[in-house]
Design a protein around this ligand. Structure first.
Ligand SMILES: NC(=O)c1ccc[n+]([C@@H]2O[C@H](COP(=O)([O-])OP(=O)(O)OC[C@H]3O[C@@H](n4cnc5c(N)ncnc54)[C@H](O)[C@@H]3O)[C@@H](O)[C@H]2O)c1
Length: 322
């Protein structure tokens, strides 16, 4: 693959979701011809100007919609715990059977597949920060298992299709990503905190907010995904993409209150089951192979998200939707 995206035919499965809605314009700006394949279960087709939209469930594909492609990104899976736990069998089906169907379709046209895997493959980690060689500490029977194990099974499938059938695959293990355009009302911490802060309502800290996360701005994530897609040396191995700037959920909530000028207070609520206690990527591999590391600092990135949610709230107040 050339280092430029100009003229490449790119399919983005799940392109109508949060990360896809930033990836698609970046690919278009780089000169790619983009086709979004999405069942619109958590995504929205509006606003993806310049891309072709095909409404389809990837688990039901028998071929790549729209014909040949050079690169296929697979982002098609609900990402918020509330969305993926609502129908765990459907989540597992999208993750495993969907990845299988999409990978076979990519293989049939000789396209490279870039898989959106997740830091959740590490479960509740007892190795910190998480390095790609760490096998993880996951709960097979918990409420998060459909997602965590679905993503693990999808990775296995892709490495095996690479070894046995020559599938050209890249695997991004994505850590918590945030930024403008994130859905509201799906239980993810930062949009929940900002929504509450904007109306001076209490911010609810599960498990007292002692658990840590490392938040990566979506602009950095999009750069990382595009660099990974273009990197020959990353073929067939997982690569962590995330921001190693680790903080407690409590500290993140305090930053939201400070930056939004809110009068909200923090309240403690019981911890969610199987919620990982710590999460921080080791990004040595991404730095070495892709020359990539995050550039957007947490407070600057949070400000872009507060501005976005403030504008969307104003629009919703004027009769639009959030
Ligand atoms: N956002 C994060 O912090 C994060 C972290 C780790 C991994 N990821 C992974 O990145 C990918 C994108 O995440 P996101 O935050 O944009 O999620 P999202 O839920 O906003 O977007 C997922 C998109 O996939 C579509 N979709 C779901 N099932 C589908 C199916 N069977 N067929 C076709 N389309 C389907 C949805 O309609 C939606 O547009 C996901 O695979 C997720 O697991 C995200």
């Amino acid at each position: 693959m050339t280092s430029t995206w100009s003229g490449l035919r790119v399919v983005v499965a799940g392109g109508a979701g949060f990360i896809g809605r930033s990836l698609v314009p970046a690919l278009l700006a780089a000169g790619a011809r983009v086709r979004v394949v999405d069942d619109l279960s958590t995504g929205q087709a509006a606003g993806l100007d310049g891309a072709e939209i095909v409404v389809a469930d990837i688990a039901a594909l028998t071929e790549l919609p729209g014909g040949a492609a050079d690169v296929v990104f697979n982002l098609a899976c609900p990402a918020s715990p509330r969305a993926y736990q609502a129908d765990p069998v459907r989540t597992w089906r999208s993750s495993v059977l969907g990845t299988h169907a999409l990978a076979l379709a990519a293989l049939a046209v000789g396209a490279r597949l870039v898989q959106a895997s997740t830091s959740e493959v590490y479960g509740d980690p007892d190795v910190h920060p998480q390095v790609e060689s760490y096998a993880g500490n996951v709960a097979l029977q918990g409420p998060r298992a459909c997602y965590d194990e679905g993503k693990r099974a999808a990775e296995v499938l892709l490495y095996d299709l690479g070894r046995t059938q020559g599938l050209d695959v890249r695997v991004a293990r994505i850590f918590n990503t945030y930024g403008p355009g994130m859905a509201t009302g799906d239980g993810r911490a930062l949009p929940e905190f900002i929504e509450a802060a904007l109306v001076d309502a209490p911010l609810r800290l599960e498990g007292s907010g002692r658990q840590t996360r490392s938040f990566c701005h979506v602009d950095d994530m999009v750069r990382g995904l595009m660099a990974l897609a273009a990197c020959e040396a990353a073929r067939g191995i997982p690569v962590n993409l995330g921001n190693p700037d680790e903080r407690t959920i409590r500290a993140a909530a305090e930053a939201v209150i400070r930056l939004s000028g809110s009068r909200s207070v923090l309240i403690d609520v019981p911890a969610a089951r199987d919620d990982p206690r710590r999460r921080c990527p080791d990004i040595s591999r991404a730095k070495a192979l892709l020359g990539w590391e995050p550039e957007v600092g947490f407070e600057a990135g949070l400000a872009t998200m507060i501005a976005d949610l403030t504008a969307r709230k104003r629009h919703a107040g004027a009769g639009g939707s959030l």
